[in-house]
Design a protein around this ligand. Structure first.
Ligand code: FAD
Length: 410
């Protein structure tokens, strides 16, 4: 702690903004390497996080390897998910089991807090990042706690603050206005009757329902969620899905509890437009644009967060431009994440941790062609965003060069 002219400034090696999975993984790497690390979280911990909590096998492995076995309170009921079921307008349903067996159904409020505590970093909750100034050798950061301004000084700052993008906005004030925003909302219903298998996460490729439509069981209730481009009415969208589930899947639900509605920046990973920061400020997790298919964002948040932490450690040990180090190291996670959306990798590789190809092979040829047609017609929903051409061009680059061009990253 140094005395400023009027206020105290906390000096640290690394300051992480956020206390989600990306922050916990980043903190773990820094603390393990012996660097003084503080994480700022705007909410009181443990904090609620709107999330289905379905973790990929790779995310599960990361948690066990880095933080140890998951305590009981970090899980919802059912405590695990076997896989994902895709539903199509033709009423064909395709179920895929996760590679290596079921994965945990995380209760984000407690799982995130557990991981953060296990990282060993000092966490300042109810402390909201408000701004920064990169002065070359250090970064000065301001935050708000209890209506007061608090100050920090760090050699590296890592923005792991999710779709709120507060650190991104501080670096690039006009960025948030340049990307399309989705609204992702869910309601929790009492269940009267629900024939949907509660061991699977259910996803609808149905253009009339929304860009993202899902349902799954949690703690005796049924979640019904829908994602769509910002500007539409959530209640109307949600009701349409509830009626569809009743009409087509005989799902009878009781009244819904208060909705959770959040903005989402999903898009950068589809078109390889990640944002990794500048100077001594690194951006990671969902803030950087990492988002796997089926809205699975935890595993790539964990892995990208760890890479940001490793890059910071590397730059402390062998003084180097931390951006160059980070961008070199993060390319592997970019490949993993963008491959999941890449039509050529889906057709000729196996980018997902569930056997989509195997599940499709179980269908008759006529059904298989029908499914492909329905997926194609679903993707037209995204046409107004002009992502199609970009996805195809990035897919071709990936095939030819083996990587996604880093020149598109901010
Ligand atoms: C409805 C819904 C369902 C989802 N379902 C799944 C799922 O089943 N599986 C899955 O893997 N992913 C799912 N996701 C996505 C997943 O939740 C995110 O991708 C993941 O949490 C990203 O992790 P992160 O650490 O990057 O950011 P976050 O988990 O968002 O953490 C960021 C943290 O930063 C804090 N913060 C923000 N601004 C500031 C600030 N100015 N100062 C201080 N702190 C700040 C936030 O409060 C938060 O705690 C879902 C998302 C939604 C919205």
């Amino acid at each position: 702690m140094v005395k400023g002219s009027s206020e105290e400034i906390r000096e640290v090696d690394a300051l992480i903004i956020g206390a989600g999975p990306a922050a916990a993984a980043c903190a773990k790497r820094l603390v393990d390497a012996g660097y003084e690390t503080v994480a700022l979280e705007r909410k009181a911990l443990p904090r609620h996080k709107a999330c289905s909590g379905i973790l990929s096998p790779r995310g599960h492995r990361f948690l066990i390897e880095n933080f140890g076995p998951l305590p009981k309170e970090t899980l919802h009921a059912p405590s695990s998910a076997d896989g994902v079921t895709f539903h199509f307008p033709s009423m064909l349903s395709v179920s895929m089991d996760f590679d290596g067996g079921p994965t945990p159904h995380l209760h984000r409020k407690y799982a995130d807090h557990w991981a953060m505590r296990r990282s060993g970093a000092e966490v300042h909750d109810r402390t909201e990042f408000t701004g920064l100034q990169d002065k070359g050798a250090r970064v000065d950061v301001t935050a708000r706690r209890d209506e007061r301004t608090v100050r920090y000084r760090a050699r590296r700052v890592i923005g792991a603050d999710g779709p709120g993008l507060s650190v991104v906005r501080a670096l690039y004030p006009d960025y948030a206005g340049r990307i399309p925003w989705f609204v992702v909302g869910q309601k929790f219903h009492a269940v009267i009757a629900c024939p949907l298998d509660d061991k699977y996460f259910h996803f609808w490729f149905h253009p009339e329902l929304g860009h993202y439509t899902w349902s799954h069981a949690r703690d005796g209730r049924q979640i019904v969620g829908v994602g769509f481009l910002k500007g539409d009415n959530f209640d109307v969208r949600h009701q349409r899905v509830v009626e569809y589930l009743e009409r087509k899947h005989h799902v009878k639900l009781g009244p819904a509890e208060s909705p959770e509605i959040v903005p989402a920046n999903f898009g950068p990973s589809l078109i390889n437009r990640y944002i990794f920061g500048k100077g001594n400020v690194l951006i990671t997790g969902q803030a950087a644009g990492f988002f796997n298919m089926i809205a699975e964002g935890m595993s790539c948040a964990l892995h990208s967060g760890a890479i940001a932490g490793e890059a910071a450690v590397e730059s402390f040990r062998n003084p180097a431009d931390v951006q160059r180090v980070y961008r070199g190291m993060i390319a592997s996670e970019v490949r993993r994440c963008s491959d999941q959306w890449n039509p050529l990798e889906i057709a000729f590789g196996r980018p997902h941790e569930a056997d989509l190809g195997g599940a499709l092979k179980k269908l008759k040829v006529r059904e298989r062609l029908g499914v492909l047609r329905e997926i194609l017609s679903f993707t037209k929903l995204y046409a107004p965003l002009n992502w199609g051409r970009q996805i195809i061009w990035q897919a071709v680059c990936r095939r030819i060069t083996g990587r996604y061009p880093p020149t598109r990253w901010l």
